[in-house]
Design a protein around this ligand. Structure first.
Ligand code: CA
Length: 642
């Protein structure tokens, strides 16, 4: 696009005149299947002519047009047409001619189904694409608090691509929910393993259609942070990426199976940038979807080449409609917003409201990083940590806690509290209380040790402690886990963290960004579960999860409650705190962290105490009674109850 035209367009889009004239508020954008016809509506305010083009095939390489239907201009820049139901199962695109004469073919931004590689929308009857029993499928977490959540962050393909488990559908939605999978030691893996581990939710790395993987080919790999179609599941996770109905059916099958096993499903959504600027919305309304710098280049706060202009009315509506659609149609239990600091507060609160209309207990959290971006309007508040107070029930990742535990993720030579870096004590204290400066309640805080980004926890420990032995690495990892599961706030763990997950490659290098590193680096290595030292760590996490779930004092929801019930006895190299309910329950939990290289003797508060966790293992109901004092060995933690 010419720079001058683009600048004109940008100021035109930002004008009050444009917003007044073209803000469309209807809920009928996209394709809608009715009993007696199928309706299409698209927002294309800059177009002079729009047509619906119907194809027999969903493949862009089969370019034979079956039929062209003219679309009629309606209110607020929308275009509309209806066709008969006989077209169900065919594919469609919009042929949009701008007033300057340029014509493009574009997929429907609101498409609910697409063909191979997401190029063409599919005409479907959504009510026909549900697994058996879908009507009675229920969210599993209702009646609980967000602080009860123990979230397992996992990539669909990583979870079952390991050949040793012989999944029938390795790396697919159907593989994810395949019951009865075992490793060569005969231990349960896959969904059965998750059930045993005791997590409450899986948080799936992006499963909406993305562009970086060619769905026509097998054995490609990407995390999927490159959205192509926002309202459609990714084709490479389906057994048939050509027929747009299959990916919908199989993703819903997976959700239902997880729900049936008591596990909620959280979706990682990427509304801050798109795969590229050939994105269909951008073809239909050139330049409207993105932010631009003064020099005419795309704003690039995300580092992915194009920042989405969430502050524009019809982009905001698109994001709100999209999240609501997933919540409603796919019965999802939560959403994790990628680079949420690039989205604006008003959009996020609108999303919250729309999600509430489906189910107010749906969990929302995101990456509230403070990022540079070129907003298209002034006076816009961004959804970053410091603005948590303006957001309604949207939690943020606590990166200070993460870095406090193991050292800053971008500084290889910095280690953390578990390596006895005492400068990190304040970050640990704030993690324990779920009270980083930006939060006002534990419901706003997601505490985590590691996630898909950066080095794995186990690798980071090794990188920060040159020459460390395997045994000492395991001790630090177990101490980190004991700290994590005794903090207030929501808990998120990186899949495989409990199996000492590593992304160390054969040449000894550690991969910190494995977005394209393939299965060998990224897959969950299920054979590890059969090795004694790994099994031990798995049991440690499992025990901590069970302990946390049976103690509401670790899952308080209000800051005042935390201040009232949680008291630090030591806040130094050794951290010791007591959580006591002053109410009717007489429960008390005493927690000690010792990151030093020496054992320490701790004087116990009055009474007899049961040790529930120490360096060795976790016995949620208590392993032995002690009184007066205990010895906490080097680099370890202890949990006691009264
Ligand atoms: Ca795709």
């Amino acid at each position: 696009m010419e720079k001058a035209i683009m600048e004109n367009r940008n100021s035109y889009y930002a004008s009050e005149e444009f917003e007044k004239k073209y803000a469309y508020t209807g809920n009928d954008l996209g394709m809608h299947y009715r009993n007696n016809n199928i309706l299409f509506k698209v927002w294309a305010p800059t177009a002079g002519k729009v047509e619906l083009v119907i194809f027999n095939s969903g493949d862009i390489e089969d370019d034979h047009e079956e039929q062209i239907c003219p679309m009629k201009q309606e209110e607020n820049g929308t275009w509309y047409c209806s066709i008969t139901n006989e077209y169900e199962g065919k594919y469609y695109m919009y042929k949009v001619t701008q007033k300057d004469g340029i014509t493009t073919l574009a997929c429907d931004p609101y498409a609910k189904a697409v063909g191979i590689n997401g190029e063409r929308g599919m005409i479907i009857n959504p009510s026909q694409i549900n697994p058996q029993g879908w009507e009675s499928d229920k969210r599993t977490f209702l009646g609980k608090n967000a602080t009860d959540a123990i979230i397992y962050e996992v990539h669909v393909r990583d979870f079952t691509i390991d050949a040793t488990i012989n999944a029938k559908y390795p790396g697919k939605f159907l593989g994810f929910c395949e019951e009865g999978l075992k490793n060569s030691f005969g231990q349960s893996v896959g969904i059965d393993y998750l059930k045993e581990l005791g997590i409450t939710h899986v948080h799936l790395l992006p499963i909406a259609d993305y562009g970086s993987v060619n769905e026509k080919e097998e054995n490609q790999y990407n995390w999927g942070y490159d959205p192509k179609n926002y309202n459609v599941p990714e084709g490479s996770y389906a057994t048939d990426p050509y027929d747009g109905r299959i990916r919908i059916l199989e993703f819903k099958t997976m959700i239902k199976k997880l729900h049936d096993n008591g596990i909620g499903v959280i979706m990682d959504v990427v509304y801050n940038h798109t795969y590229n600027t050939d994105f269909c919305f951008n073809k239909i309304v050139p330049g409207y979807f993105y932010r631009f710098r003064d020099n005419g280049e795309y704003s690039n706060g995300s580092g992915c080449g194009n920042d989405v202009a969430s502050e524009r009315i019809m982009v905001r509506k698109f994001i709100v409609d999209s999240v609501k659609y997933w919540a409603e149609e796919y019965h999802l239990d939560g959403f994790r917003f990628d680079l949420m600091g690039l989205l604006d507060v008003e959009t996020m609160n609108e999303v919250r409201k729309a999600v509430d209309s489906v189910e107010p207990e749906i969990i929302m959290y995101g990456e509230g990083w403070d990022m540079e971006t070129s907003l298209s309007k002034s006076g816009i508040l961004m959804a970053k940590q410091d603005n948590t107070k303006y957001l309604d029930r949207i939690a943020m990742f606590n990166d200070d806690f993460r870095d406090g535990i193991k050292g800053k993720v971008f500084l290889d030579d910095e280690n953390g509290y578990i390596s006895n870096n005492i400068s990190k004590v304040p970050d640990i204290i704030n993690g324990v209380k779920a009270s980083p400066a930006w939060a006002s309640s534990p419901l706003e805080v997601v505490n985590f040790l590691s996630c898909h980004d950066n080095n794995t926890l186990f690798d980071k420990i090794e990188i920060g402690n040159e020459g460390i032995t395997f045994e000492e690495k395991v001790r630090q990892n177990k101490l980190a886990a004991l700290i994590e599961f005794t903090t207030q706030g929501m808990i998120l763990m990186h899949a495989g963290e409990e199996l000492l997950r590593t992304k160390k490659v054969t040449d000894g290098n550690f991969i910190s960004d494995s977005v394209k590193a393939g299965d060998q680096v990224n897959s969950i290595k299920w054979e590890d579960l059969g090795k004694k030292e790994y099994q031990d760590v798995y049991r440690y996490y499992k025990g901590l999860i069970e302990f946390r779930k049976s103690h509401p004092l670790l899952r308080m929801t209000q800051r005042e409650e935390v201040l009232k019930n949680l008291h630090f006895i030591k806040e130094d190299e050794i951290i010791e705190f007591l959580i006591e309910s002053k109410g009717s329950s007489k429960e008390a939990i005493l927690v000690i962290y010792n990151p030093s290289n020496q054992e320490v003797e701790i004087e116990l508060p009055e009474g007899s105490w049961k040790i529930c966790a120490d360096w060795e293992g976790v016995e949620p109901n208590g392993k032995c009674m002690v009184a007066n004092k205990v010895t906490v060995p080097h680099v370890s933690g202890m949990i006691l109850i009264k």
